[in-house]
Design a protein around this ligand. Structure first.
Ligand SMILES: *[C@@H]1O[C@H](CO)[C@@H](O)[C@H](O)[C@H]1NC(C)=O
Length: 525
């Protein structure tokens, strides 16, 4: 962490300093509708024209940027540090019919474009329609005001002026001007103006966290009370039965979880998938924990795509966790095809994520969206999977099998499985699974609202402290819920607790997924 922080500081100190008249690059990034941040196209997919300045080396994007559809292209504008530029025309758009139609479509859909100066994002609106929606106007004059503090750029404001009506077969001159101002903003604080504390640190957010905390305390109290009291009662009942002689015991009506003691350590059904899922879950948990902690320390949002790059790096590095827990669980369950388990465990999540991304990629290519992932990036991701994730997973699996692969259960497994008795409908595993996810979902859905908002709207999520708290709350609630679910299931003398316990917490994901549909259709435009 210190090395990372130090490197970052060094970069900030040396790379982002300018000398007078040094070239400052204005990068054009994307255009897209204001109401959906995820739908982006290349800036020059609209028939904008490029400035006259040609020579610029290509921008090298990071892995995270490539995956998030960042498409930096040089604007061709001539900007030099601390050099004022009066309004200058940098190119003309020859507006023919197709070009006009493209602009009209963009204006109708409230397209915004995004640019970068010195890593600072700048947003501007493409154009405007008049009230009756007949005439369309393009903003043609980009007025840039750049704040400098010492030899660093700390602030950029863009004002769009020069409204020009879109008439076919005309020439539209595009112009820009640059004004430099002294600014007191500190370099470290230059991203603060993009954050929205009144939204993210709203009273509702604090209140919901407080609420969830109350729920956790209540739930933990409830669980420990129920378990303590019922378990004590159960033990008392069982020990009384113990005192009766064999004759009575055979006649006595034993019931409850003790009946299944010879079956609870029976391997789960589909142990291969089960242990792969558990291993992957352990890995995801450690990735979330580490990435959130890094984000809390490091302000990862200030650099494009650095969050995603970090997450990929941490995911690859934590592969041994996956192998260890998946492999040892599989060995404990008596599985023999451990190589197959290792492959499935290692590639379960990468395959699902890449499969989804592949599918989205087709759509992106079809619509010429900038999300389309370049071929080189795909190869890079595959290389990470095969040459980093797989070997690390192998190490973890071997460690797991050897260190904790021995089954050490407190009682023997009966040779013949016990029949599962009839039970009330709400004790069926399927019902328990569906109900189990409600409480964990209830403890996180407000946070999901903020996350979805930053995903689809132009708001930068930066309150990772909140996210950390919510993660902790989610873990505690999940643990409580699965304990209670398992207790109920075993008490109904159903010994298939492994999958029920796993799925009763996993159903939270289904609720979150459904909530994302609700959010998309009813909360966004
Ligand atoms: C940009 O706009 C904000 C708010 O209007 C202002 O406080 C700031 O000084 C401006 N920065 C520059 C460089 O003009």
């Amino acid at each position: 962490q210190h090395v990372l922080g130090f490197l970052w500081l060094m970069t900030a100190l040396f790379l982002l300093q300018y000398t007078d008249k040094e070239e400052v690059v204005l990068w054009m990034n994307t255009v897209g509708p204001y109401h959906n941040r995820q739908e982006t196209y290349k800036y020059f997919s609209l028939p904008f024209c490029v400035g006259t300045k040609k020579t610029i080396s290509h921008y090298h994007e990071t892995l995270g940027e490539a995956l998030q559809g960042v498409e930096l292209e040089f604007s061709g504008l001539d900007i030099k540090f601390k050099e004022e530029v009066m309004q200058t025309t940098y190119c003309d758009i020859e507006l023919d019919k197709p070009k006009r139609d493209a602009f009209v479509y963009a204006i109708k859909n409230h397209y915004w474009y995004q640019m970068y100066i010195d890593d600072l994002p700048i947003w501007g609106i493409v154009g405007e329609a008049d009230e009756n929606g007949e005439d369309y106007y393009l903003w043609t004059y980009k007025k840039l005001e750049i704040g400098q503090n010492g030899n660093r750029i700390v602030d950029v404001n863009l004002t769009s002026e020069g409204k020009v009506k879109l008439v076919p077969n005309t020439r539209i001159p595009m112009s820009y001007s640059v004004k430099w101002k002294k600014s007191d903003v500190k370099f470290e604080d230059r991203f603060d103006k993009y954050l929205d504390p009144s939204f993210f640190q709203h009273r509702i957010h604090w209140f919901s966290i407080f609420n969830s905390f109350m729920m956790v305390i209540f739930l933990v109290g409830l669980v420990s009370m129920i378990l303590m009291r019922t378990l004590r009662k159960d033990y008392a009942r069982y020990s009384k039965e113990e005192e009766m002689d064999d004759m009575d015991r055979d006649l006595g009506d034993e019931y409850g979880w003790k009946q299944v003691h010879g079956d609870v350590f029976r391997p789960s059904s589909h142990p291969l998938i089960f242990s792969s899922l558990i291993g992957s879950g352990c890995q995801i948990f450690s990735v979330s924990l580490i990435v959130i902690i890094l984000a809390m320390i490091e302000d990862l949002y200030t650099e494009r795509g650095s969050m995603l790059s970090t997450a990929i790096f941490v995911y690859a590095a934590t592969s041994p966790v996956n192998g260890y827990f998946g492999g040892s669980l599989y060995a404990k369950q008596g599985g023999r095809r451990w190589i197959k388990q290792m492959f499935i465990g290692a590639f379960l999540i990468p395959a699902m994520v890449c499969g989804t991304a592949f599918f989205i990629n087709f759509i992106a290519i079809y619509y010429h969206a900038s999300r389309a992932i370049p071929f080189g990036t795909m190869v890079a991701v595959c290389c990470i999977c095969f040459f980093v994730i797989l070997p690390l997973n192998l190490v973890g699996t071997i460690l797991g099998r050897n260190l904790s692969g021995q089954p050490n259960f407190p009682c023997r497994v009966n040779a013949v499985p016990r029949p599962i008795p009839e039970k009330k409908w709400f004790m069926e595993p399927a019902v328990i699974v569906c109900l189990g996810g409600i409480l964990p979902f209830g403890s996180i859905f407000i946070e999901m609202y903020f996350i979805f908002t930053s995903f689809w709207a132009y708001k930068i999520y930066y309150v990772y402290g909140f996210m950390m708290l919510v993660l902790v709350i989610l873990c505690i609630v999940t643990v409580c819920v699965t304990i209670v679910c398992t207790y109920f299931l075993l008490n109904a003398e159903d010994y298939r607790w492994q999958w029920t316990s796993f799925l009763s917490a996993a159903s939270t994901a289904v609720y979150v997924y459904m909530y994302s549909f609700y959010y998309y259709f009813f909360k966004t435009k």
